[in-house]
Design a protein. Structure first.
Length: 74
């Protein structure tokens, strides 16, 4: 199943297998922009841990996080 990301989506990293210095698995971030190419896409993410590293999909895998999954109850 292909995930379609859009600006503003909250995501959790599932895997980043081809990067020599990947973002830690489970890290959360916010999608800043999505660049569609013919058979892949590049995703600019503002990672909560302060790192800056784009996703290359479909190689990298993320899950979209619903607000109730990352915001503590008030």
């Amino acid at each position: 199943m292909e995930i379609r990301l859009k600006k503003g989506d909250r995501i959790r990293l599932v895997s980043m297998p081809k990067d020599p210095d990947p973002i830690p698995i489970g890290s959360l971030g916010t999608v800043i922009d999505v660049y569609d190419h013919q058979d892949w896409m590049q995703v600019d993410v503002d990672w909560d841990n302060g790192r800056t590293l784009m996703l290359t999909m479909p190689d990298d895998c993320v899950a979209i996080v619903k607000p109730s999954q990352h915001n503590p109850p008030t």
